[in-house]
Design a protein around this ligand. Sequence first.
Ligand SMILES: NC(=O)c1ccc[n+]([C@@H]2O[C@H](COP(=O)([O-])OP(=O)(O)OC[C@H]3O[C@@H](n4cnc5c(N)ncnc54)[C@H](O)[C@@H]3O)[C@@H](O)[C@H]2O)c1
Length: 451
Amino acid sequence: MKVLVIGTGYVGMNTGVVLAYLGNQVTCLDVNEEKIALLKQGKTPVYEPHLEETLQLVLNNIRFTSSYAEADIPNTDVVFITVGTPSLPDGNADLRYVRQAAESIAENLGEKFTVIVNKSTVPIGSGNWVEAIMHEHFNSNHNNGEHEDFNVVSSPEFLAQGSAMHDSFYPDRIVVGSHCERSVEHLQELFAPILRQDFPAPPGLPRPEGLTEVPLLVCDLTSAEMIKYAANAFLALKISYVNEIGRLANKVGADIQAVSKGIGLDKRIGNRFLNAGLGWGGSCFGKDTAALIATARDYRLEMPIIESARAINYGQRVLAVDLLQEKLKILKGKHIALLGFSFKPNTDDLRDAPAIDISKLLIQRGALVRAHDPVALSNARSQYKDLGVVFCDEVGEALKDAEAIMLVTEWPEYRALDWKAIPRVPIVDGRNYLDREMLEGLGFSVIGIGR
Ligand SMILES: NC(=O)c1ccc[n+]([C@@H]2O[C@H](COP(=O)([O-])OP(=O)(O)OC[C@H]3O[C@@H](n4cnc5c(N)ncnc54)[C@H](O)[C@@H]3O)[C@@H](O)[C@H]2O)c1
């Protein structure tokens, strides 16, 4: 099929490369010309494991452009909208990029039936809004008698950064929200190799054992949009739940690691998203929980569970700094090494990263912060140059003369550091990730979260 993907961020790049790998002719379009220039050289604008390698395999099936006119929309079967939907100050999602994309698609549509798939996370009810915008723009740009033949459906994206390629080839489910049979048939055909799991696994991305098919859930558009928010909010509150239990564990002398394990072995609960620590960050959970609360507000409803999950999450960042302060007593003038800056391992994404709030708090309390990250330093230097943090290319540079260490992101290389060679300063392990027994054996004092 002929596919156009609008937006070459984390979601768009994965969608485009996966669909090209499955044999479709894919065009990826982004208004950011720098990103398109990079892609034309075979380089990806975002860091995601296996993305660049898989891109090299599909160069014959994929092309890149920053121009809607050159995207050949009249001959395209399926257009994916994957542009950003960041938070506005009141928690609502900022839909300006979705609007711009919808207008540009409508201006360039031809007579062939085209399915417009909204993969951006948009507030419940936005699919209808996108369709309305498109009708408006189609009519004002096609006064030569052409008939409208497009349909907007919702197919929310559930990938997790850091394992996005794996999640896109082997998703737990695909959700399609549409009342239009023709659109559903188009998407069933497009997603068939994923639904049937009959494509050869790409190098480095083996198919999970036992995976023979992926369920497709077809529902109405509003329900599809709601599934995305409800799923993200549930995962977010699972993390906050374990962090709340962790706060009590700390008081009563229990170890949250053992408690989590004991809870997670219950198959009804499951062990994922039950790690106590600095909580969630990233572009989705914070923004999507805020948007869900804002949508409820429009209907004069409150969402107390989700509001509490947010409060606990952002409180964990303060808690980690308080724990360090309690240990050092005085933070003023102290050199603190932060290990990890991205919001989680295997990504260079800094959106809502705990490291940012933690750095601000430490600096406010007078500490001197040096930070290292294996892949996010160039983003950190360009986006946070005024934060007051010294970004270090080598982890040794961040650790030099440090009077305390805080592990913020659980990159495997921090666990594998030559700890014997590092001076025995206090460590706050914000992810309960380091080998505590080994470190204590070496003479480090290790402060975990909820332990
Ligand atoms: N990142 C994730 O893990 C994830 C997971 C699931 C869902 N989502 C949702 O998917 C959407 C995209 O997220 P992302 O992380 O990929 O965003 P991103 O910011 O990485 O990428 C968005 C891209 O869209 C481009 N863009 C903006 N306006 C455009 C326009 N009018 N035409 C063409 N390109 C345009 C931007 O230049 C940018 O490159 C968001 O709604 C997000 O909530 C993200």
